[in-house]
Structure formats: C-alpha cells, structure tokens
Design a protein around this ligand. Sequence first.
Ligand SMILES: C[S@@+](CC[C@H](N)C(=O)[O-])C[C@H]1O[C@@H](n2cnc3c(N)ncnc32)[C@H](O)[C@@H]1O
Length: 251
Amino acid sequence: MSSKFIQTSDGSWTVRSGEGVGQLMHTMHGAYGETLHVYGRAINRTLNQDHGLAPRFLIFGLGLGYIEMTLAAQVLKMRSEGKRVCDSLELVSYESESELNQRFVNWVYGDLEDSPESRHFLDAYESFELRIANEFSLSSTSQTPRGYLRELHHQGRWRLPGAFDRNTEVDQLFDCILFDPFSPAQSPEIWEDEFLLRFLKICAAPTSIFATYASNARIKRALSLSGFEIHKEPGFSAKREFILATRSSNR
Ligand SMILES: C[S@@+](CC[C@H](N)C(=O)[O-])C[C@H]1O[C@@H](n2cnc3c(N)ncnc32)[C@H](O)[C@@H]1O
C-alpha cells in the first residue's frame, strides 16, 4: 500500500492511499474537524444512554484511527467527570488494509517501527491525539486515548477483524455504528442496496444509532427500510448534510 500524507486545512493529516490518483481518507477542509463533527455526537449519545454500561460500537473503516481516538477521549472525559464509566464497552473496527490495522495497533502499544513512512503515521496519530485530548480537557486524566485503546485491546474488548465484505458474519449487535468507508465512486460494492441492507440487518441493535459523513439516496433508503429515523444534520464545511439515524425498539 502506498501512502501520501497531506495536511488538511485545520492542520490535521489525511492520507491518500493506493496507486494512481488514489483515495483521500478525509476532507481537505479538516480531517480533525470532520471526524468530530460527524461522529462525535453519535458517540456521545451512545455513551450517555443506558446500555447496561456495555455499549457496543462498530467503526467501518479504521483508516488512521481518528474515530477510535475520539471515542476513547469521550470515555476518558466521562470518567474524569465522575460519570458512570462504561467498564464493559466493546469496540470492533473493520479495515480492509491490514497494514493500517497493524500500524495503528503498533502505535497504540508503542511499537511502531522506526522508518520514514512510519514517521508520517506517527505524526498523524500523535497530532490527532494531542488535539482531541485538549478538546476534551484530558490533561489531568491518568490515561491517554491511546492508553485507553491499549487497555481495551489487551482485554479483548477492541477487535480488528479485517475487511467487512458481503460474507462477513458478526457475533453481536451494535448500539452505535460509525460508518466511514470510502465514497460510492471509490468503493461501489459497499454502497449497493443488498450490501447495506444485510449490513444493517446483521449489525444494528434494535435500539441503535448510525452516523455517516455520506448522505446519498442508497444509504437513506437502506436506513429507512431497516426502520431507522433519519436526521439530516448540517454537513461539515462545504458539505450540505451528513446522516445521523436512530432506531428504537419501542417503535
Ligand atoms: C474514509 S477512510 C476511514 C477514515 C478513518 N475512519 C479515520 O478515522 O481515519 C475509509 C477506510 O475504509 C477502508 N475500507 C475500504 N473498504 C473496506 C471494507 N470492505 N471493510 C473495511 N474497511 C474498508 C479503507 O481502507 C479506508 O481506510
């Protein structure tokens, strides 16, 4: 996998991966800002809801791990405020590029190899972590977002099974789905009706929340057919809207 790092307009890093023109992971208007804008609220709502203290999160597209760090920072913030702590929180991150999984997990354990390419990843991870820690005022907490992810991984509560494809089976339902794949132009198979409907059927808990940067007809149709109520939210920067959808078992 070839990777070219690019600084987005809020100073955070994104990466263009693959051959030729490649695929950009985040908006050039701000990778940091977009992550927080699109996924922060769904994470917050899930953490503050009663899931028997065991909310289950699914992130589709680990990439640089920005959503994972955002989740970790929000948990640490709640802990620091003395709120009920999600001691049994579970997280599953799907990512098709094994190299991205490996690098991020290595970083989480402080084992990222010393190479020119790794240095770019290191910069991206560390600058995002620093910024999110500031955003959530974590300077006095005993744990960092990275440390929290290490704890989760070590305890088997954060798993990275690889790619999610049309044959993937899951062994649990998720309360919060943060859907961050490449766009339909880049990953058309993920946005097919059949794929989306099956994904929601096997992954979404009866009461669940779903967030994605995208707002195309296919995802809206799949969510509606799956019983979700769609809330169109103002998009980040130049984007018109993003989707936050909720489903309740009491419907
Ligand atoms: C928009 S980027 C995700 C950015 C990421 N959430 C972050 O915080 O940096 C999309 C990611 O989805 C991954 N991907 C593409 N197809 C996939 C699949 N079938 N299953 C899981 N991940 C996939 C890509 O390799 C890429 O890393």
